[in-house]
Write a protein that binds this ligand. Structure first.
Ligand code: NAD
Ligand code: UGA
Length: 479
């Protein structure tokens, strides 16, 4: 019978490990789930009684945590103990792009995954199913297996040396909708060799996922399918953003083009929103990983094809910065830009690879004063991302004194109105709902004329902006 899983350990309490395990614990009350991490402050935040202090912001996450935590969901730093008690260990640690050595700038850095495999090898007891939850290069399961097998044969283990099975079970959740995506996934993918191990993992998901949505493949297909899914998704965004630039040049409107092509069922209507370029911790890293693998396996044409998706995205981000500078008469020196949104998408506090980072850096280089607003991002994180400490708040300072305040500085604004005070331009970078509700007549009174609104997310009602006497630019709209 596959129904033997009683104790799960998940290594890595991040954006994936935390929400994923919370939903498993919520749906499988008979399984004890321990989520462990080496980051004590992250674990403390997961254990916080104040649910607004959880380290990850996701709509609905607080309710799931509230139901399962301290019942069968536990967060701790006791990695070794949790491994030793587990029948199944999920590896859900970070896999960023390597910064130095072989494959630097492209290949995934597997040092955290390798460290996990070694820990599992050292502390597991009995039969243990090891599940790759992190996104990994094709054939990583082999690396993990080699490390685990070395432990099995090592002399310092006693006769009850553990046995292992390795499965690939990539995660497809998107941030901002993680709980929905976990509760009603399009599919769950399990790659493996051993049908009993596969069935054990499938049994967990069967608590809430219909059987026909649980796909079984070999390990390598599963690993590669994850990279491919992200590459295809990111490719759609680069495709639509490239067409958006052409729309701006020709008088077409990318939203109309997207609607026209999206009704073709072969193309589909989702993921066709032009924006400031894709961000997030994974699209870029996963495509670069695919690029690296393609080159490694002697397929330079395949590598170049996918690398183009990332190159276009970077070009597009800088295109937006250049456009803002041009519209503001070619210089931002002594000018204030209200940047609305810093997260890489709405409904998350995550800023990793956010287009806002590159665009803000460009504008700071041009001498701008940025007043940055985001409803969920911590200003301390912005300082880290921009590699520049926050200036003492300048948002409420008197009109006319902008020039004296300095150049290339930023401060955090507590609300939208404050962000826009004395600004020459508003630049919307994240599609937070509240930015679509702005009263432009009120805001225009606070700005310095001639004032611009740059809508990189197409969420603003252009009529209302024009009625308020403001100038307006929208991504991909040449009409
Ligand atoms: P994250 O950085 O938010 O979390 C990873 C956690 O692992 C960190 O808290 C870190 O302290 C911990 N960790 C690292 N090494 C450890 C060790 N040896 N022992 C214990 N803890 C350790 O990362 P994430 O966003 O959750 O992503 C994790 C993986 O999931 C990545 O491979 C990513 O590509 C993949 N993924 C992410 C998303 C997403 O939306 N963020 C979606 C699907 C897949
Ligand atoms: C993405 C995938 O959607 C998930 O399936 C995958 O699990 C995850 O990566 C991962 O592996 O990390 P995520 O990055 O959280 O999820 O968010 P997305 O909704 O995919 O958005 C990514 C970026 O593309 C955001 O910056 C978003 O604003 C942008 N985007 C998305 C657009 O510009 N236009 C669109 O139409 C859609």
């Amino acid at each position: 019978s596959p129904a033997t899983i009683k104790n799960i350990c998940c290594i890595g309490a991040g954006y994936v490990g935390g929400p994923t395990m919370a939903v498993i614990a919520d749906r499988c009350p008979s399984i004890q789930v321990k989520v462990v991490d080496i980051n004590q402050s992250r674990i403390n935040a997961w254990n916080s009684s104040d649910l607004t202090k959880l380290p990850v912001y996701e709509p609905g996450l607080d309710l799931v945590i509230n139901r399962a935590r301290h019942r069968n969901l536990h967060f701790s730093i006791e990695v070794e103990k949790a491994i030793s008690e587990a029948d199944m260990v999920f590896i859900s640690v970070n896999t960023p792009t390597k910064t130095k050595g072989l494959g630097a700038g492209k290949a995934s850095d597997l040092k955290w995954v390798e460290a996990c495999a070694r820990q599992v090898a050292n502390f597991a007891k009995g039969h243990t199913i090891v599940v790759e939850k992190s996104t990994l290069p094709v054939r990583t399961a082999e690396v993990i297996k080699t490390i685990l097998e070395a432990a099995q044969s090592s002399l310092d283990r006693d006769l009850n040396s553990p046995t292992f099975e390795v499965l690939s079970n990539p995660e497809f959740l998107a941030e901002g909708s993680a709980i929905h995506d976990l509760e009603e996934p399009d599919r769950v993918l399990i790659g493996g060799e051993n049908s009993q191990a596969i069935n054990s993992l499938a049994w967990i998901y069967q608590h809430w996922v219909p059987e026909e949505k649980i796909l079984r493949t070999n390990v390598w297909s599963s690993e590669l399918a994850k990279l491919t899914a992200n590459a295809f998704l990111a490719q759609r965004i680069s495709s639509i953003n490239s067409i958006g630039a052409l729309c701006e040049a020709t008088g077409a409107d990318v939203r109309e083009v997207a609607r026209a092509i999206g009704t073709d069922s072969r193309i589909g209507s989702k993921f066709l929103d032009a924006g400031p370029g894709f961000g997030g911790s994974c699209f870029k890293k996963d495509i670069l990983n695919l690029v690296y693998l393609s080159r490694y396996f002697g397929l330079p044409e395949v590598a170049d094809f996918w690398e183009g998706v990332v190159d276009l995205n970077t070009w597009h981000q800088h295109r937006i910065s250049r456009l803002v500078v041009k519209k503001l008469f070619g210089t931002l020196s002594g000018k204030r830009v209200a940047m609305l949104g810093f997260a890489f998408k709405a409904n998350t506090n995550d800023t990793r690879e956010s287009s806002a980072i590159n665009i803000a850096k460009d504008l700071l280089d041009e001498g701008a004063q940025l007043s940055i607003h985001d409803p969920k991002v911590d200003p301390k994180q912005i300082a880290v991302d921009l590699d520049l400490p926050e200036s003492k708040s300048f948002v409420s300072k008197e009109f006319g004194s902008n020039e004296k305040l300095g150049e290339g500085i930023w401060c955090f604004a507590k609300d939208i109105a404050d962000a826009c005070s004395f600004a020459d331009a508003v630049l919307i970078l994240t599609e937070w709902h509240q930015y679509s509700q702005i009263d432009w007549v009120e805001i225009s009174k606070k700005m310095r004329n001639p004032a611009w609104v740059f809508d990189a997310r197409s969420i603003v009602d252009s009529e209302k902006v024009f009625d308020a006497g403001l100038q307006f630019w929208r991504v991909g709209d040449g009409s």
